[in-house]
Design a protein around this ligand. Structure first.
Ligand SMILES: [Zn+2]
Length: 82
């Protein structure tokens, strides 16, 4: 089934507070807007940043699949050699 709808998340451009998630037709997708939105955290109207919700999620999943950092082990004998 072709994906013809995408989720767009809008954030405050200043503090990153999430404003809303909207589902739009892919054809009507607009990631740039000059529209200002009231930010409850900044207590003022702010420019908004938009991004695709699915893209954010896939980045998160990708990061979680990375191997965990393994602490470096001391060289054998180094601790005992003193
Ligand atoms: Zn804000």
């Amino acid at each position: 089934m072709p994906i013809n709808e995408v989720e767009i998340v809008s954030f405050c451009a200043e503090c990153g507070t999430e404003f809303e998630t909207v589902t739009v037709k892919k054809d009507n997708m607009m990631l740039t807007t000059n529209e200002q939105v009231w930010c409850s955290k900044c207590q003022t109207n702010r420019s908004q940043v938009r991004d695709m919700a699915g893209r954010l999620k896939s980045i998160e999943e990708e990061q979680q699949s990375y191997p965990k950092a393994v602490p470096a082990e001391p060289f054998p004998g180094q601790a005992a050699g003193r």
